[in-house]
Write a protein that binds this ligand. Structure first.
Ligand code: ADP
Ligand code: ZN
Length: 844
């Protein structure tokens, strides 16, 4: 490979592959400036991949032959220098590759890749396939499947159909033997959407006279064209020559497009294309109308807003923990901080957990800030997301709202990052890599951009409470509800006692039913929280207690009543529910552990027995699968069309409806006994959050009833009494004694594969390479609760990195890097996968 040829640039490219290195390519006649940060399509093996250029120069050092890149995909960088630096940090900290991290940062549709389309040649006969099957069954299977299709199919489709994940070799051989035809196309690239527009041609119609003359001629022969021309002329004058979309004229004047084309042919108009920005349609189901940003603040709100504003103005990075009880008006504090940022020319990033689940909150921001907002979430189309990303990068947006991946949004002049409900586990990405926590990344990005970071919550995470206590974060408290609203009255219902007294009907205690009946008669809103998704319940044999398990995963199957099916929520396996027990033959199969659908059904029956009529709606993953349905359900509840909302965690999230006066928790214990060191914390948070939906306006006092069989558990008691400080104090002590976060970094190394023995052996080998070191506690290999998942056996190594012995985590990173390197070199096998998760959320 000749070096230093004129016009050749060598570039380092980060590719979305799980290898911690960059790749060198060459490009001829590259643009002279700013090529770093742009997307590039490059050949890789037999494929092509989209990567990001992270460095460029005239010379390259590479032990391999340097290949030519295919095409630069952008006219300007889409990652600025700061964002490159930030993604690099994220990759290093979370032990992922830079390329994987950059890919996670890009919206879908911006990483085009080539797709192989395959078609069988007519020469292939059934006899041929039959013969081939004897010697090369895999190849024969490929041909067999292809014969079923007249058109072409993708390699991914084939792999799925013949249940084999690696047929590239076979495809290659078949292609060379000319038995199949392969075509490679680039797919998956979102492009700007354009529309045709027209403007007055000022060369022919520059004066009033010329315009009038033209109209006179047209009036007689082509009145429709005359109408169109005067419409366009007026628009032209009013909008200083801005083109108008043809489709808009056609629709407004009810004329044909042909009329406009003819006007252009006559030289009166100029046709151009214009980009249209795709954006989400909210329609008329807005969940907030009034602009709350102008309400007068309470003293505590005022204090918090002032502290944050002062920091924004001073341009220095600082992290605040805004700890305000539910309904304390944290959102209003955000509004004021954002306004302050805007007034000094700074932009804001607002992170929300699972944004498609919180349409009401985004609507409140829309009501306050109108068009200055871009909302990024997974429910919008790839095209919409692509447009928004470019709008943001172009500096046209002042406030970006999004879920965790929005932490990578290309915002310029970032002055403020708000992480709402900072305790939420959904800020942590579990899979694929990078397994990052957007809340923690926000603090790092804030540091890099000298931005102010606000973490807000009514139930902060143990980590944040601890950081506030050590002075790492600055604590701001709001201890009472806004606008005269009182905290709800919370009562425990001891289900064990009630069961003894036979005061339980199905899943409901007498007390809860009475309370519901009372609200219905007063036309007030009721929320029932049940933390078990969808229809789920289990099918148990009454005689022997056997419960059906998934054949691929070590989990029980969920019973879906309507379809009479047993399903696995992890791998999607499904089968018809048996009538008799498969272990003992017993004929009575009992449904246990009711899910939301069961609760809904039971409630309808129980109310009917009391002669009560009520509209019940359900809010869970099943009822909100369709776009817009989530909004519709909430809208009906807000307007009083539905009386009772039964739902999963979704009802605990950020809802602010005045009419809700009763919240019932069906079973507080569901979260409590999860094999997770955060189980108590999560229970306390969930109960407090869901209870916080009640009595949010000064006009009605709210009531919360919690059904539990463990009324003395500290997490439940703390949620009832509202004594957060006691709970946090006790819990911190427990964490300290057992070496859990926030006192350690909790790292899991997961091993998985189809041979249990091999998986265990590999975990042992990895552990062997880990250095013995007083800042690292190593446990395992352990067998996780879900010890088999999607047909793969699993083992975990747990590493606790003691922070006071290794404050910056240097020893941990060093240990992992050397261990992983040694393991890869001396012990790795292709049949066992290894995933490292830094600051893991368990998954055990
Ligand atoms: P949080 O997010 O802390 O739970 P919100 O920001 O949702 O609380 O506020 C709860 C309700 O109180 C909202 O309806 C909000 O409009 C109202 N509210 C908050 N602060 C004020 C205020 N200073 N004056 C009047 N109403 C307020
Ligand atoms: Zn399964």
């Amino acid at each position: 490979m000749p070096r230093n040829i004129q016009n050749t640039t060598y570039i380092s490219v980060a590719l979305p592959l799980p290898v911690q290195r960059l790749f060198i390519y060459s490009i001829a006649n590259a643009p002279s400036d700013n090529i770093v940060g742009r997307r590039i399509l490059v050949p890789f093996g037999k494929r092509s991949l989209t990567g990001i250029i992270v460095a460029a120069g005239e010379e390259a050092e590479s032990e391999f032959e340097v290949r030519k890149a295919i095409e630069i995909l952008d006219d300007a960088p889409i990652f600025n220098q700061k964002l490159l630096e930030f993604t690099k940090w994220t990759a290093d900290y979370y032990f992922a590759s830079w390329g994987e991290t950059l890919k996670a940062a890009l919206p879908q549709g911006m990483t085009p890749r080539d797709v192989l389309r395959i078609k069988v040649m007519p020469v292939v006969t059934d006899e041929m396939i039959f013969e081939m099957a004897k010697k090369a069954p895999k190849r024969a299977a490929v041909l067999q499947e292809l014969k079923k299709h007249t058109g072409d199919v993708t390699i991914g489709y084939l792999e799925k159909k013949i249940k084999n994940a690696s047929i590239a070799e076979q495809i290659y051989t078949l292609e060379r033997a000319k038995l199949i035809l392969c075509e490679r196309t680039i797919e998956g690239e979102a492009r700007p959407k354009t529309r045709k527009a027209v403007a007055i041609n000022e060369e022919t119609l520059s004066t009033q006279e010329q315009f009038r003359e033209a109209l006179d001629i047209l009036d007689k022969k082509a009145p429709k064209q005359a109408l169109a021309l005067s419409h366009i002329y007026l628009y032209h004058r009013r909008n200083h020559g801005e083109p108008i979309a043809i489709a808009d004229i056609v629709q407004e004047l009810k004329i044909s497009e042909q009329a406009i084309v003819q006007l252009a042919a006559k030289g009166y108009l100029r046709i151009s294309t214009r980009e249209v920005i795709r954006s989400e349609v909210i329609g008329n189901s807005r969940l907030a109308e009034r602009d709350e940003s102008t309400l007068a603040l309470s003293a505590e709100q005022e204090h918090a807003a002032r502290k944050i504003s002062e920091s924004i103005t001073s341009n220095k990075h600082k992290t605040f923990l805004l700890h305000g009880v539910t309904g304390s008006g944290k959102t209003l504090v955000y509004f004021h901080a954002i306004k302050q940022a805007m007034s000094v020319g700074k932009n804001t990033l607002l992170l929300l957990p699972e944004i498609s689940l919180t349409p009401q909150l985004t609507d409140r921001f829309r009501a306050a800030f109108g068009d200055n907002i871009a909302v990024l979430h997974s429910r919008i189309s790839a095209g919409e997301r692509f447009d928004q990303w470019r709008q943001i990068a172009a500096g046209k947006i002042k406030i970006v709202i999004g879920a965790r991946s929005a932490i990578f949004a290309p915002i310029e002049r970032l002055g403020l990052i708000i992480v709402d409900e900072e305790h939420e586990p959904s800020y942590k990405q579990e899979s694929p890599a990078p397994r990052y926590n957007a809340r923690d990344c926000a603090i790092v990005r804030g540091g890099m951009e000298s931005a102010v970071v606000v973490l807000g919550s009514a139930t902060p995470s143990m980590e944040s409470i601890y950081n506030a206590s050590t002075g790492k974060y600055h604590l701001l408290k709001i201890s009472s509800r806004a606008d005269d609203a009182k905290m709800p009255e919370i009562r425990i219902i001891n289900m064990q006692e009630e069961r003894k007294r036979k005061f339980i009907l199905k899943s409901f205690s007498q007390d809860l039913l009475d309370a519901i009946a009372l609200r219905i008669s007063k036309k007030e809103g009721v929320i029932l929280f049940h933390n078990r998704r969808g229809f789920s319940s289990l099918l148990e044999c009454d005689d022997c207690g056997a419960i059906s398990k998934c054949t691929n995963c070590s989990v029980t199957l969920t019973y879906h009543k309507t379809a009479r099916q047993l399903r696995c929520h992890y791998c999607g396996f499904a089968r018809i529910a048996p009538n008799a027990c498969e272990v003992c033959g017993g004929m009575t199969m009992r449904e246990i552990g009711a899910g939301t659908q069961r609760i809904e059904e039971e409630l309808a029956q129980l109310l009917e027995m009391r002669g009560l009529k009520a509209q019940i709606a359900r809010l869970d993953a099943d009822t909100t699968a369709k776009r817009g349905s989530h909004r519709a359900i909430l809208h009906d509840f807000a307007s009083g069309k539905t009386d009772i909302l039964v739902g999963t965690q979704m009802v605990a999230k950020g809802l602010d409806f005045n009419r809700v006066t009763l919240v019932g928790v069906m079973n507080a214990d569901l979260q409590l006994f999860m094999p997770d060191f955060r189980a108590s914390e999560r229970t306390f948070q969930l109960l407090t959050q869901v209870a916080g939906r009640a009595g949010r306006s000064g006009d009605y006092r709210g009531e919360v009833l919690i059904q539990t069989s463990h009324p003395d558990h500290q997490a439940i008691l703390a949620a009832v009494s509202g004594r957060y400080d006691h709970f946090y104090g006790d819990e911190l002590q427990l964490r300290k004694e057992a070496y859990y976060p926030p006192f350690t970094r909790f790292v899991t190394v997961e091993f998985s594969g189809s041979s249990e023995e091999k998986v265990h052996e590999q975990a042992l080998k990895f552990a062997y390479y880990l250095p013995k070191n007083q800042s690292l506690l190593i446990l395992g290999p352990t067998v996780p609760t879900i010890w088999r998942l999607r047909s793969q056996y699993r083992r975990f190594l747990i590493i606790k990195n003691i922070k006071h012995a290794d404050p910056a985590g240097e020893q941990l990173r060093h240990a992992l890097r050397s261990t992983y390197g040694n393991y890869q070199q001396n012990a790795a096998v292709s049949t066992v996968r290894v995933n490292i998760d830094i600051d893991s959320f368990g998954g055990l």
